[in-house]
Design a protein around this ligand. Sequence first.
Ligand code: SF4
Length: 97
Amino acid sequence: MHQIYETSAEAQSDFDEQGWQQGANCLGVDPDLFFPERGASTREAKEVCRGCVVREDCLEFALRNGEKFGIWGGLSERERRRIRRQRAQAARTIMGA
Ligand code: SF4
């Protein structure tokens, strides 16, 4: 699975505690696919993620650990940033309500 090579030690520990990665569609897939060069296509990686049964777990893991690079849960860094912003905004709205 691609993440195992790229996470921080802390995230790696968290990752090791997870069971979801056993169902990852990217097991055995070239990790480089999920960490494309700047401006390169993410289409192939996202295709792999599209059929992944642990996609939501993967995405939540990346969001929780603030993973800044690569495709996780079928989303790019920029797409994950948008989700984090939306969640932060929603939290502020609830706190202010
Ligand atoms: S969602 Fe994508 S990156 Fe995450 S485990 Fe599944 S195939 Fe791998």
